[in-house]
Design a protein around this ligand. Structure first.
Ligand SMILES: Cc1cc2nc3c(=O)[nH]c(=O)nc-3n(C[C@H](O)[C@H](O)[C@H](O)COP(=O)(O)OP(=O)(O)OC[C@H]3O[C@@H](n4cnc5c(N)ncnc54)[C@H](O)[C@@H]3O)c2cc1C
Length: 379
């Protein structure tokens, strides 16, 4: 074990009371997956959260998109996204096996499209960068696009196919992870943690999403995202099967179709801390969505919602031991990528806890990269 280890102290009634090996703060996808992995290795795990699954994951679209999300200047993050996406098939199979749950995991791939010539020019710059990294992005002519997805607007000027960018339903994922963690022996404590010093455990994992800032002083800031959920009328599946990510008259929009008829249309990216849904955002998202896929205008509007991504100064997660805080690990700051990064985060943090050895994959993402000459910002 990394620190502490199984121990026994006197309980409130004088009987033996086993201190948990691992206390996880936050029952979002990241905290629950870590709890599942640790409990499955025989550790005593308690997960603290007054409202499991109520954080960013409740709003998230669930794209598993290491290719489409490979942006300029984020080379190391792209490597982690790719490593985690590669773990997704086995992770999904194992979670389904452990729970019997349907995760809404789909591997149809993602179409990247541009509505106008300007949109296409912008998109092509990014595709060229992604291809230069060796990532699978295949340009498609308009006719090839519509062969794959006949519901696309005839105005769409061109696009590309990212076959390895998949999707999962985050709400189903979190419910399944909760079941798996409990079945593996983890305990859920339905309470907020105000101070880490209140916890008595061998190792404490801060997996509280945006809550990590107040709890551990980590440089995590909320980045607001608004989404709209539509539903195909008549209880049928949507009239398209790929995730579609597009540029439409300068607006960036994605459309994520679920087998149960839901379509997630997202998302705004706003440096704000509120979760108000605005008419302007809904209007812009729906206009861009309908421009790309006209039949969406006839779908039912079932939900508008906003959530807060746990963003960091370099857009990458914060994973590993907190300097100056023995026995405390961070697993937070997953920003736009917490769903795709869930498997690799859970595996690497559970490995670190059980063996004390950090996988080299963690090296670029440790908390000490934010240490200043004056000292740690969270000390
Ligand atoms: C609009 C939008 C779209 C997104 N789309 C995608 C996508 O397509 N693909 C993708 O990979 N990611 C996506 N994300 C990002 C993803 O949702 C997050 O990165 C992910 O949810 C982070 O998981 P988490 O478990 O760290 O945090 P969260 O999901 O935010 O969960 C944190 C949990 O911690 C609990 N908590 C907080 N403070 C405390 C405390 N003091 N004590 C106890 N519990 C506490 C909260 O109640 C919550 O349950 C999207 C996010 C948004 C907002």
């Amino acid at each position: 074990m990394l620190s502490g280890g199984p121990s026994s102290t006197a309980g409130v009634n004088g009987g033996p009371f086993l201190t948990p090996d691992v206390a996880v703060v936050g029952a979002g996808p990241v905290g629950l997956a870590i709890a599942w992995r640790c409990a499955a290795r025989g550790l005593r795990v308690v997960v603290h959260d007054p409202a499991p699954g109520s954080g960013a994951s409740w709003v998230a679209a669930g794209m598993l998109a290491p290719v489409a999300e490979a942006y300029f200047g984020e080379h190391e993050l792209t490597g982690l996204l790719t490593a985690s996406a590669a773990r997704w098939p086995a992770f999904a199979a194992e979670l389904t096996e452990a729970t019997g749950a349907d995760l809404g995991y789909r591997t149809d791939g993602t179409l990247l499209v541009g509505l106008t010539a300007d949109d296409l020019a912008e998109a092509r710059r990014l595709w060229a960068y992604q291809q230069g990294l060796g990532l699978p992005v295949t340009p498609l002519r308009p006719s090839e696009l519509r062969d794959r997805e006949p519901a696309l607007a005839t105005r769409v000027r061109g696009g590309a196919f990212a076959p390895t960018d998949h999707q999962v339903d985050p709400r189903r994922l979190v419910a399944a992870l909760r079941t798996a963690a409990v079945r593996a022996g983890a305990t859920l404590a339905p309470s907020a943690v105000d101070r880490l010093s209140d916890l008595d455990a061998g190792v404490t994992v801060v997996a509280a999403g945006c809550g990590a800032a107040a709890l551990a002083g980590l440089p995590v800031r909320p980045v607001k995202g608004q989404v709209v959920r539509l539903r195909a009328p008549g209880g049928v599946a949507p009239g398209f099967r790929h995730v579609i990510r597009g540029y439409a008259d300068g607006e960036h929009v994605y459309l994520v179709p679920r087998v149960d008829g839901e379509v997630v249309v997202g998302a705004t990216v706003e440096e704000r801390t509120d979760t108000t849904v605005t008419a302007e955002a809904v209007l812009r998202l729906l206009r861009a969505a309908v421009d790309l896929l006209p039949e969406l205008a006839g779908y039912d509007l079932v939900e508008t919602v906003a959530g807060l991504r746990p963003g960091t100064p370099d857009n990458a997660p914060i994973l590993g031991p907190l300097p100056g805080r023995p026995g405390v690990l961070a697993a937070t700051g997953h920003h736009r990528h917490g769903i795709v990064l869930t498997p690799v985060t859970a595996d690497l943090i559970a490995d670190l806890i059980t063996t004390g050895v950090a996988d080299p994959l963690l090296a670029p993402f440790t908390p000490d990269r934010f240490t200043t000459e004056e000292g740690n910002p969270w000390n």
